[in-house]
Design a protein around this ligand. Structure first.
Ligand code: ZN
Length: 240
């Protein structure tokens, strides 16, 4: 059994398709999504439909939540806010209903998925260091938990932190606890513009971070043509 674990898609359909194609090639037969399907890029409805079609476990991200509501948007940077207003106008009522009903935390087999942190999943805190990770570990009841939100692949093994690079493989060793950031499909922020996801070989207990090229120019063309802010297109070239 192999899981493709992916998230922070942010309405980037080209990156999502590239990741799913690679996962298929790698023999992934299960999927799990750690949220933020929408926001920033130009295909929110299409990305929701694609994820729904996988019939896999999905948890809610902060952009999913904001896009599904009609309340005033607070606490986001101006670019994210402009993109969210655009996103609300490009989702159906059914899309919003589906996003609203997503759960914050899910257990899949014997691992956990969450968008931001386990200690306060609905506050959308960012795990930036081992102290943040320790707070989350206190609420982690499975050996492995996958998360996202910072758009930077990283692994915390109780008290340690290791940056995950392309193709890096981590063996899950019994008795240790792992909190694994899988990076972002649709808007990487670690300086590498390629889409990021995790391939979890469940039978052999190892996790690999994979970085995948996609048709970035097409994603950028849509952003520019559909009236989203220009910096959202430019940043995809830099992975920032
Ligand atoms: Zn995100």
């Amino acid at each position: 059994m192999k899981f493709a674990i992916f998230g922070d898609i942010h309405a980037n359909l080209e990156a999502l398709e590239a990741v799913l194609a690679d996962a298929h090639e790698q023999g992934a037969d299960h999927h799990a999504c750690i949220g933020d399907i929408v926001g920033y890029n130009a295909n929110p409805h299409e990305c929701i439909a694609r994820v729904q079609g996988l019939e896999c476990p999905v948890v809610k991200g902060n952009h999913d939540e904001e896009a599904s509501l009609s309340t005033e948007i607070i606490g986001l940077n101006p670019l994210a806010q402009a993109a969210l207003e655009w996103t609300r106008d490009h989702l159906t009522e059914e899309d919003k209903q589906w996003l609203r009903e997503l759960r914050m935390v899910r257990q899949v087999k014997d691992f956990t998925i969450v968008h931001a942190t386990l200690d306060s999943p609905n506050h959308w805190h960012y795990v930036m260091n081992k102290f943040d990770a320790m707070a989350s570990f206190s609420y982690q009841y499975t050996q492995v938990c996958f998360y996202g939100h910072t758009h930077t692949p990283r692994i915390y093994v109780k008290d340690q932190s290791v940056t995950l690079e392309d193709g890096m493989r981590v063996n899950i060793i019994p008795g240790r606890k792992y909190f694994i950031n899988i990076g972002s499909v649709g808007q990487p922020r670690d300086g590498d513009p390629r889409a990021s996801y995790a391939l979890y070989d469940y039978d052999n207990q190892h996790v690999e971070i994979r970085r995948i090229d996609y048709d970035r120019e097409e994603t950028q063309r849509k952003i520019r043509n559909d009236g989203l802010p220009e910096p959202l297109a430019a940043r995809l070239d830099y992975g920032k």
